[in-house]
Structure formats: C-alpha cells, structure tokens
Design a protein around this ligand. Sequence first.
Ligand SMILES: NC(=O)c1ccc[n+]([C@@H]2O[C@H](COP(=O)([O-])OP(=O)(O)OC[C@H]3O[C@@H](n4cnc5c(N)ncnc54)[C@H](O)[C@@H]3O)[C@@H](O)[C@H]2O)c1
Length: 378
Amino acid sequence: MKLNYKINNKNHKIIFCPDREGLKITNKKKSYTTIAKDLLKNYNDRKVLLIVDKNIDKKIISYLIHDLEISFKNLEVIRISGSKKNKDTKLLFKIIDFLIEKKFTKKSVIISCGGGVIGDVCGLASSLYLRGLIHYHIPTTMTAIIDSCIGGKTGINYKGIINSIGNYYHTDRVYISRNIINLIPEREYIAGIPEILKCGLISNKKIISMLLEQDKILKRDFKFISELIKLSLQTKIKFFLKDIMELNKRLNLNFGHTFAHAIEMSLKTKNIEKIRHGEAVGIGLLCEIFYKEGKKENFNLVKNILNMYGLPTDINSHIKKMNKAKIKKNIFEYIFLDKKRIGTYPRYIELIKIGKSKISEMKNFGKIRDTIKKIVIT
Ligand SMILES: NC(=O)c1ccc[n+]([C@@H]2O[C@H](COP(=O)([O-])OP(=O)(O)OC[C@H]3O[C@@H](n4cnc5c(N)ncnc54)[C@H](O)[C@@H]3O)[C@@H](O)[C@H]2O)c1
C-alpha cells in the first residue's frame, strides 16, 4: 500500500511495508527491505547515512543495518538516543560535521529511523546541508507514524524554546513497517489512538467506525492498522497541502492540543507519573468538545472510545498527592501560553459535526475554568 502527494511538483511517498520475511538475518545476497530496494532503484549517489534511535528494539537495528549493507557496503551509521534533550544544536552539528567529513553530496541520502525527535533533527540537517539532500524516514513511535513523519516541520530546541530553530522540508519517502509497529511498547502504541481519533473527528467518519473495531487494533492487524494510518495521514495531507506554513487550515490538526499542551506542562514536575502526549490529546479532545457544547453526543462518543482502550479521560490518577487547586491554576495559565495564539484569546478547534471543524477562540474564561474543573481534574 502506498500514499502519494505532491509539493511544488515534487513527488512524496508513504510506503507501507508488511516485512513478511520478519527480522531474521539470513545469508541472502540481495537486500530484501523495501527501503534498500528503493534506494537501489531511485536517483542518488549511493552514499547513505543511517541515523537510528538506539532505544528502539535491537533486533530492528541489526536487521536494517544488515540489509542495507548488502547493497551499500559503505553504509554510515550514527546511533543516538531519541530523547528530547538531544533535540539540540549539538546533535544537529554532529550530523552536519559528519556529512562534511564523509564528503556527502546533494545526491546523498540520510535515512532517519526513530520518533519525532530523530525525524525533526534529521529533517533539519537534511534541509541545511548543501541546501538540501535526500531524506528518507522510518518512523518508530506512534506519534511519528501518525503525525510527525509528514508535513515537513523540522526543528531543534534552542535557548529553552521548543522548536525555536526549524523550517519546512518534506521527507522524500516514509516507510511504515509492520516489524516496528509490532515491537512498539503497549502503552506507547495505545497512546497513538487519540491522534487517530482526532483525524476522524475533524475529517473522516470512517476512521471513527474503524476505531470501534478494537480487536483488530489491539492485535495490531497490519492490514487494518495500515488502512487506519493511511486515512489519518490523508487527513493531515489534506490540511497541510492547503496551508504548508500553518497560518490557518492546518491549525485544525491541533484539535485537543490547546488543553493537551497545558496538561503536559502542568505535569512536568518531578515525582508525577508522566503523561504521554497522545494520552493528553485524548483528554484535550474531551475538553475542547466540552468547552463548546458540554457533555452531548460527541463528548460521549470520544469518552467511550478512550475508555475502550483504557486511555485516561482526566488526570486524577496522575496527581493523587498534589495540590489540585495549584495544578488547575497552572493549567489555566498554560492555556494562555499556547504558541498558536495570535490575539488576546487562546485558540481551540470547534467541532461543528463529525468530519467538520473550525478554528475558534476561547473568550469565556469562566468556561475554561469550568472545563478544567469538570473534565481535567474532577
Ligand atoms: N514535525 C512534526 O510535525 C511533529 C509533530 C509532532 C511532534 N513532533 C516532535 O516530536 C517529538 C516527540 O516525538 P515522539 O513522541 O515520537 O518521541 P521521541 O522521538 O521523543 O521518542 C520518545 C522515546 O521513545 C524512544 N523510542 C523511539 N522509538 C521507539 C520504539 N520503537 N521502541 C521503544 N522506544 C522508542 C526514544 O528513544 C525516546 O526515548 C517532539 O520533539 C515534538 O516536537 C514533531
């Protein structure tokens, strides 16, 4: 299965790889992964740098390196931890220095294999070195698979500001692999559901009905999940192609994120069980629906789906011994730090009906407080 889209007349592809041969390393003389076969077929100078997140399952790393080395004897590899503290100038220049030292050209290739951190830094390095070389990406977290692997946003954190240095540079190819999905830890895997649900709510009813087929999702049925990922990525493509620079339409993809970011920031303190980004998005969806229309049909639908997957619908269990009033106050204040805000009021996404949404402002501060009190911390 493939998904194609064009930006400035250039083709970009997302390729779903069933990896039927598994992760067994054999004595084959030819590469068998789709990415290696594509690299042999496509235009490039055969110089390849693989930048891989060393926290992913070792079997995947060995398999990928072995397979690429069959065809690319001089494959270069950088192993790096995809933790957020590495999303910085140090890693960016480590990659660029390496490309200079190894005399990579504009026709050389960077393959990034990791989550959003590795993808964002490698995307930036790919765009900057000689004003752009070829970038292929293998996403390894659900956030990366459903969201960050496309859309072109690259970045590093600098001077304490998230993504303060970055640009738009679209990955040439993205490879979604069954082997990788099968080995994603369970909680991380489930935390991907709210971002998929978000795509269903703002754009495509079919996604919602597929999410109700819990068995196939929990069993990680690749054919079924691929379809769900494809529909979610199509939603993202639909919004960002109309608004690459994120000035209006694309903001619909932030449904749930105004509250989610505030929740994540308020739980950053030590000694609190960390909430996953996707889990916070789930609660954020409930908040933004509640802000607009209270607990009606859409609210119940979202809550039921979150419950079906055991996802949190509030943060009560995260803050057992904490000062609730203080956390509520922090969440309220963080909502106003929303980086997508342009005027006095924080923005949010208003769900008009399933499949249709619009960008709106939260002008009623009492209602924001009420949403925090009735949904986030009850
Ligand atoms: N470019 C975009 O459009 C976009 C969109 C959303 C988020 N982001 C960025 O993505 C980053 C967050 O990305 P993320 O949520 O993918 O997390 P991540 O890249 O920070 O990875 C989280 C942790 O999981 C580990 N990991 C990665 N793959 C794994 C696997 N298969 N098995 C086990 N461990 C694995 C990583 O080493 C890291 O420790 C943020 O920096 C955010 O700004 C970018």
